[in-house]
Design a protein around this ligand. Structure first.
Ligand SMILES: Nc1nc2c(ncn2[C@@H]2O[C@H](COP(=O)(O)OP(=O)(O)OP(=O)(O)O)[C@@H](O)[C@H]2O)c(=O)[nH]1
Ligand SMILES: *[C@@H]1O[C@H](CO)[C@@H](O)[C@H](O)[C@H]1NC(C)=O
Ligand SMILES: *[C@@H]1O[C@H](CO)[C@@H](O)[C@H](O)[C@H]1NC(C)=O
Ligand SMILES: *[C@@H]1O[C@H](CO)[C@@H](O)[C@H](O)[C@H]1NC(C)=O
Ligand SMILES: [Mg+2]
Length: 198
């Protein structure tokens, strides 16, 4: 019997206005690299990365959507299958922050109800051009009960942390059924035995 090379498959999705850095965030996470050239995503793209959490191999299939309005129909068709969604804005672009409420509404309309959400304030390396304070980001995240990180794909700030934390949050609410091991596994979460996961 062939052994699967992973224990869980988690599908994640990146959304947010065009130019906020979604593709760069994913490229930093998957290839640990950064490119200053802006090549706007056409439709949708994805990358795979396998990580290990609490002794479990987790294959992350990460969908990178185009932020441009003209791709709305195609990109929203990917919300349904997502277990985690990263909402991204750019701290140097107020409009991209104001649009977060629009992206949150898109999630309400198109994603599954128990999807795990996370808010990322990207380009935090550009402090001199900042238009959106950290407090404003934290506040909207708090209002919606979701985690918040200021990130930089360029300076490699909190990118890995964000993806791993999101995966961990999904793992915590994943029931045991798709796994074949007998011994319980310490998933190392702050809730101790409150976790539904094995
Ligand atoms: N300074 C800085 N620039 C960044 C950062 N992340 C992305 N950029 C730049 O922002 C521009 C847009 O980045 P992308 O990742 O292509 O943006 P996107 O959100 O994927 O845009 P769409 O695909 O059109 O939705 C590029 O020129 C990047 O080099 C960052 O953390 N810091
Ligand atoms: C914010 O959303 C509106 C409506 O979808 C869009 O026209 C606008 O371009 C967005 N802002 C940015 C900075 O992309
Ligand atoms: C980016 O950050 C991650 C996590 O902290 C680290 O493992 C990696 O080596 C960093 N990459 C570079 C190029 O410094
Ligand atoms: C955690 O385990 C302890 C000891 O087994 C038990 O008394 C307690 O009720 C458990 N807590 C929860 C939230 O399940
Ligand atoms: Mg892109």
């Amino acid at each position: 019997m062939a052994k699967k090379s992973y224990d869980f498959l988690f599908k994640l999705l990146l959304i947010g206005d065009s130019g906020v850095g979604k593709t760069c965030i994913l490229f930093r996470f998957s290839d640990d690299a950064f490119n200053t050239t802006f090549i706007s995503t056409i439709g949708i793209d994805f990358k795979i990365k396998t990580v290990e959490l609490g002794g479990k191999k987790i294959k992350l299939q990460i969908w990178d959507t185009a932020g441009q309005e003209r791709f709305h129909t195609i990109t929203t068709s990917y919300y349904r299958g997502a277990m985690g969604i990263l909402l991204v804005y750019d701290i140097t672009n107020s409009k991209s922050f104001e649009n977060i409420s629009k992206w949150l509404r898109n999630i309400d309309e198109h994603a599954s109800e128990d999807v795990e959400r996370m808010l990322l304030a990207n380009k935090c390396d550009m402090e001199e051009k900042r238009m959106v304070s950290r407090e404003k980001g934290e506040q909207i995240a708090r209002e919606h009960g979701i985690r918040f990180y200021e990130t930089s794909a360029k300076a490699n700030v909190s990118i890995e942390k964000a993806f791993l934390t999101l995966a961990e949050d999904i793992l915590k609410k994943t029931p045991c059924k798709e796994q074949d091991r007998k011994e319980p596994v310490d998933v190392n979460n702050q809730f101790g035995n409150r976790s539904q996961c094995c």
